[in-house]
Design a protein around this ligand. Structure first.
Ligand code: C2E
Ligand code: CA
Ligand code: CA
Length: 578
């Protein structure tokens, strides 16, 4: 049912309109003034808005201007209602983005005709947009579903394949999922280089494929790991037999052009349904088991069991210390500039947390964030960081720097029931305007529970916050769901930017992502820009923002402020060769 929002201050006219619309088969909602109208437009995202021009407080022009400023509402057609028939007023409304107008009093037929014209137009635009978007998506899917170097499907495909494998046998069979890591990979990589290790991975896949048959899948997880979905089995013991077969298949030398290479693998196996119901949890369990196989010296397999999950002593210590670290406020927030591709100016920063341990020194977020996530400390950590960032942001805004800051939101934090309220409380306490903040979320966080995610994202959006999809292109899910979530920007994962020069396919991917972002009205941000060549390429693609070591690594608040100051006085070194 199409949803129509009526913004009209006169009660009798509003209720009359609402009734006409409900009788006409629409879901009609009313707003008694302009402010409520704008709020409801953001919250309810109606198909069409009917808006009176003459209203106290916020009049129709004010509403039009507020709707235009928000990407979420700027495309909703607005039909202005006016008692005036003065052309200049109507022209002003049309210039401000109104799609049509009705002069009061109007008949029911005139009203429904105006609505149906707008709906037809909307339908046409949607159809054109959908075609453009599905073309971009299918192009992108082709590009990102297959790893260009090894021609292996990558992790994006795994979810589909897992569901296909499961469909006929889910009630009767066990499905093993495995992670294979090559034991001597780092040594081979440093002596032979990436070209050879890619060839090697391809050769390993060719050896393994016959062992798992056509019912199995091999995909590339990362530079030295493969993920395998093994054919369904009836007896769990059969998994061990398959593991031996796979490891044995690696035992003879690999010929890589002029080199003869011997390798072994560490294999971790998890089983559906006992170790998980979805591919994410199964891969996680298989990966835990693989690490144990590696600790045993490699060239062996390990089937996952719950005891493996018990934390190692080191991990436990780190967890205890993380408590202290948070209590004593030992975490620091670093800021990495985001640069406008057109002007070369710093317009935003990503906040990244740092932990300097009194004895162990610097502990990277990649080590302590997973522990914080496992133990639930992450929600507390994310909150501390947000508070810290908001205080800092307020100081910078007060000093006159026109700046917004992006904050990472972990999946665990994202699933908290009262997240929006918590965030709003912090914003209120620090007097920070929500439009200066952007939250970065990964696909994984969003796809875990799509319905709740959608509601939470809409709440955050309605509160005026900006939302970015982080690490775009590395997730599991289909890209088409992007259309259904109210993101403002996507951050192209640095793996695409990283090997730009060696891999012309990545240039096609980046172009396709930027094109996709455009057709969905999203801003694009390139991460991990490290060289002049990468910067030039990204600029030429029309990406909106760039971030990476080429401009600056993440730095302390003081060092970042120094950069802002120098930029303001025009003395910032032209790091980016603009
Ligand atoms: P991310 O959100 O993808 O953050 C970008 C990472 O890329 C940062 O790593 C940054 O230092 C690094 N980076 C930036 N430019 C370049 C470049 O040119 N080349 C390379 N190779 N790397 C670059 P960092 O700070 O180690 O953070 C790692 C991850 O930890 C982040 O990935 C994010 O997922 C997580 N993280 C960091 N801070 C927070 C936080 O405050 N809260 C939460 N929930 N997660 C955080
Ligand atoms: Ca991020
Ligand atoms: Ca990222």
């Amino acid at each position: 049912m199409k949803k129509i929002l009526v913004i009209e201050d006169e009660d009798s006219i509003r209720s009359n309109l609402l009734e006409m619309l409900s009788v006409g088969g629409f879901e009609a909602i009313g707003a008694e003034n302009g402010q409520v109208g704008v709020h409801l437009a953001r919250l309810e995202h109606p198909d069409i808005i009917l808006c009176d021009i003459m209203m106290p407080l916020l009049d129709g022009y004010g509403v039009l201007s507020a709707l235009q400023q928000d990407a979420l509402t700027s495309t909703i057609p607005v039909i202005c209602l006016t008692a005036k028939s003065e052309r200049s007023d109507l022209r002003k409304a049309m210039e401000m983005g109104a799609s049509d107008y009705l002069t009061k009093p109007f008949t029911r037929v005139e009203l429904l005709k105006a609505i149906s014209t707008q709906l037809d137009k909307l339908d046409k635009i949607k159809r054109i947009q959908n075609t453009a978007v599905s073309e971009a998506i299918s192009h992108l899917n082709d590009l990102v579903y297959y790893d260009s170097l090894t021609n292996l499907p990558n992790r994006l495909v795994l979810q589909d394949r897992f569901e296909q494998a499961l469909a006929p046998v889910w009630a009767t069979h066990t499905v093993p999922v495995a992670v294979l890591s090559l034991d001597q990979f780092d040594r081979l990589h440093s002596s032979l280089g990436t070209d050879y290790t890619d060839l090697l991975l391809q050769a390993v896949q060719e050896r393994i494929s016959p062992c798992i048959g056509t019912n199995g899948t091999v995909a590339r997880l990362n530079s030295d790991q493969l993920a395998l979905i093994l054919p369904p089995i009836l007896d769990k013991q059969e998994a061990s037999g398959e593991a031996v077969l796979i490891l044995n298949s690696l035992s003879t030398a690999f010929s890589l052009q002029k080199y003869q290479v011997f390798i072994t693998g560490s294999l971790g196996i998890s089983l559906y349904p006992s170790d998980g119901n979805d591919i994410d949890s199964l891969l996680k369990a298989a990966s835990t088991a693989m690490k144990v196989a590696k600790q045993k010296g490699g060239n062996c397999y390990q089937v996952y069991n719950r005891e493996l999950q018990e934390k190692s002593y080191d991990c436990l210590m780190l967890e205890l210390e993380l408590h202290t670290c948070l209590e004593k406020n030992q975490l620091q927030v670093y800021y990495q500039p985001q640069v406008d591709t057109k002007t070369g100016k710093i317009v935003a920063a990503e906040a990244l947390c740092r932990w300097y341990h009194p004895e162990k020194g610097f502990i990277p977020p990649s080590e302590f964030i997973p522990i914080a996530e496992q133990t639930g400390l992450i929600t507390y950590l994310d909150r501390c960081i947000l508070q810290n960032v908001c205080q800092q942001l307020k100081i910078w805004r007060n000093a006159g720097y026109d700046l917004s800051i992006a904050v990472n939101l972990s999946a665990a934090q994202f699933q908290q029931a009262n997240l929006t309220q918590q965030i709003l409380d912090i914003l209120k306490a620090t007097a920070v305007d929500p439009q200066w903040l952007e939250f970065e979320l990964t696909e994984t966080a969003v796809v875990q529970n799509q319905e709740t995610a959608k509601t939470t994202l809409q709440e955050l959006k309605a509160a005026g916050l900006n939302l970015a999809l982080d690490d775009f292109g590395t997730g599991y899910s289909s890209l088409s769901y992007l259309q259904n979530f109210p993101f403002d920007s996507i951050k192209i994962d640095r793996s695409f930017i990283n090997n730009l020069s060696q891999n012309s396919k990545n240039t096609a991917i980046i172009n396709a992502i930027i094109q996709l972002a455009r057709s969905l009205n999203l801003k694009s941000i390139a991460e991990g820009v490290e060289t002049q060549a990468q910067q030039d390429f990204i600029r030429q693609c029309g990406c909106d923002l760039m971030q990476g070591y080429w401009f600056s690594p993440p730095v302390t608040a003081a060092a970042f402020e120094e950069m802002l100051k120098q930029q303001q006085y025009g003395t910032l070194k032209p790091i980016a060769n603009y």
